[in-house]
Every structure is written in C-alpha cells, then in structure tokens.
Design a protein around this ligand. Structure first.
Ligand SMILES: [Zn+2]
Length: 166
C-alpha cells in the first residue's frame, strides 16, 4: 500500500522535476520519536522538492501521525494527533565545498537524510508537556478529593483478608 520513506534521497534529482515524495515511517524506524512517545501507527510524510530562485533546493511538506503521550495533569495516557510542517533549505554544494569551516552547514543533496529531517520536524511539533484539553481531566490529588472520603486502602485490605479466610 504505502511505501516506506527512504533514509536518504537524491534531492537534486527530485528537485530537477519538482518531485513529490510520499512515504510512511514505521514506529520501529522512527527511533527517536519512539524514545519519547508510543506510536500506534506509522507516521505519514509527504515532501516536495524544488529549487528556489537562488538555486537552493527547498524541501516542503508535512509529517503527521498519532502519539500516545502521558497527560501531565491526570497522568493517564492519551492519543494526540501531531502534524509537523516541513520547510527546509539545502545549501548548494558549490557554496560549501570551498571552505571546510562551513562544513556544519553542508548537506549532501545527493544523499539527503530525509528520514532524519521528517523525524526532527515531527518531534518539534510534539508537545513538551502533553496535556488533555482544559476541563477534561483533573490531577490525581483532585480526583481523590472528589471521590468519597470513606475509601481508604485499609478497608480494601480488610476485605481481602476476609475473603482469604473463607
Ligand atoms: Zn489528562
């Protein structure tokens, strides 16, 4: 059905004919996202490659998916739809080949790390502090206050002991 997004692509070749690159990223391949959140399904990416007026290759598109994050208010896991926008410029090779000092900006357009870019942008779109929308949940402390005050762990223990005696 959907093809996997490659690790690397030839961005020059794609940009030469305004190429569109759709692809999915399985949870196993989205290693850095999976370290932060559980992924119930693959991420779906779509990237367009083009050259701007200055000759730079521009990568635009989106990467979307569902994460299972733990709400930092109620501490319950919940599903969160994430859409990351991608706008990235690849510096032309000629501009970086003359000086090794600028190597930090150099990217190999012919083996462009498209998977890493999609993963970076997805992580940036994820919430630093995942929370249910306001009013949906309460903190565990508030939940305890709201439930009847008569329940305490010793009642539960006593009930267990009685069951064990019979
Ligand atoms: Zn919550």
């Amino acid at each position: 059905m959907s093809t996997a997004l490659p690790d690397c692509v030839d961005a020059e070749r794609l940009a030469a004919h305004g190429g569109v690159l759709p692809g999915v990223i399985s949870p196993a391949r989205a290693v850095r996202v999976s370290e932060l959140f559980r992924l119930p399904a693959p991420l779906v990416a779509e990237l367009r490659f083009a050259r701007d007026a200055l000759g730079k290759i521009v990568v635009e598109g989106s990467v979307r998916g569902t994460i299972i994050a733990v709400c930092q208010r109620c501490l319950e896991p919940f599903e969160n739809e994430i859409v990351g926008g991608i706008v990235h410029e690849i510096a032309p090779i000629g501009a970086v080949s003359d000086s090794s000092a600028s190597v930090g900006a150099a990217e190999n357009a012919q083996a462009f790390a498209v998977l890493a870019l999609a993963e970076d942008e997805f992580i940036l779109a994820c919430p630093m502090i995942p929370l249910h929308p306001d009013g949906i949940c309460v903190t565990p402390d508030e939940r305890l206050k709201n439930t009847s005050g008569s329940r305490n762990p010793f009642d539960v223990l006593a009930a267990l002991r009685q069951n064990g005696d019979t």
